[in-house]
Design a protein around this ligand. Structure first.
Ligand code: COA
Length: 285
């Protein structure tokens, strides 16, 4: 344990830090995350890095107070944990718990109502085990029902004030589905350093399918809380329907689009050049 220490980052020292194991400061996702963080500190966001003398940055925790949280939850007076992450070979040594404890200590000092976190068994999010062990309880969950949101998301809370109201999900899909009812729209925030690469790959893949993707940068916590997924910082909407609720690979995107085309039985669209989604091969003339 003595090899590890928690660094409180700020606009001055964030420059050299790794983000989720990515040290490459030339990487687009890394750069955007760093800039995103620089804009967030003034809003009270905390980004703590777990640094090993021997291995460099091997973990992190990020959280923001409910009204500045980039997750679609109503959690007034609760810091909401965006991310908790520990690098592979450093796991199961109590380091995740150490980072979580440091967030709980902050919340206590600031007299917050408690701490909330969105968890999922899906990738790019911490599962619930560590939080349950630390005394968190589940207060809300979304049911994974479609291919776009197969894994359920769970909202957990550890209350520091017993009588405080429970936080809850406020995932409201209708409005954005209406706004983006035609074509392919990728909504993406810089909060997650993996988003930039995923957007690039999906945009390229969609062009090979003859689609013209519209990429919308999600630039505020409020906009992020309007996204139709508990993940909050990424969504793909196709013809008014959610087809991905978190960053995905180009292969996964193509599979989803192929299944979608098979289900709807239609490949004709006004915003497309004539390419068949089912095969990705140009149509015979
Ligand atoms: C969740 C995570 C942070 C836990 O970190 P960790 O350093 O291994 O956690 P700890 O060693 O403090 O574990 C504490 C307890 O949590 C539970 N726990 C942690 N990871 C677990 C797992 N994979 N399966 C079951 N229980 C687990 C256990 O009860 C564990 O106690 P134990 O080792 O005495 O049984 C780490 O597994 C991780 O980074 N996962 C990926 C998260 C992710 O994708 N984040 C998104 C990037 S932002």
């Amino acid at each position: 344990m003595s090899d590890y220490r928690i660094i409180n980052t700020n606009a001055d020292n964030i420059g050299g830090c790794s983000h989720c194991g990515n040290k490459n400061t030339n990487n687009l996702g890394h750069r955007r995350k760093t800039n995103w963080l620089r804009e967030r500190y003034a809003e009270g966001l905390r980004y703590k890095v777990l640094r090993s003398k021997k291995f460099g940055d091997v973990g992190m925790i990020e959280y923001a107070l409910g009204n500045h949280a980039w997750r679609p939850v109503e959690a007034d007076g609760y810091p909401v944990i965006h991310c908790l992450w520990v690098l592979g070979k450093h796991k199961r040594k109590g380091l995740g718990s150490l980072l979580l404890q440091s967030c709980l200590d902050d919340a206590r000092k600031s007299k917050c109502r408690g701490v909330a976190v969105v968890t999922s068994s899906d990738s790019l999010m911490a599962g619930s085990d560590l939080f349950l062990k630390a005394g968190f309880v589940s207060v809300d969950r979304t049911i994974g029902s479609s291919e776009a949101s197969a894994a359920p998301y769970e909202l957990l809370v550890k209350k520091l004030k017993k009588a405080a109201p429970d936080p809850r999900f406020i995932v409201e899909a209708g409005r954005l589905f209406k706004r983006y009812r035609k074509g392919l729209t990728i909504l993406a925030a810089d909060q997650c350093p993996y988003v930039a690469k995923s957007v690039e790959r999906i945009a390229d893949a969609s062009r090979t399918l003859g689609l013209v993707p519209k990429v919308v940068r999600v630039g505020s916590a409020n906009a992020s809380r309007e996204l139709p997924t508990p993940y909050g910082v990424f969504s793909i909407i196709y013809d008014g329907k959610l087809i991905a609720h978190r960053p995905i690979s180009a292969t996964r995107f193509r599979t989803i689009m192929r299944r979608n085309a098979e289900q709807t039985g239609s490949t004709e669209r006004r915003d497309r050049v004539p390419v068949d989604i089912r095969t990705s091969l140009p149509r015979r003339r």
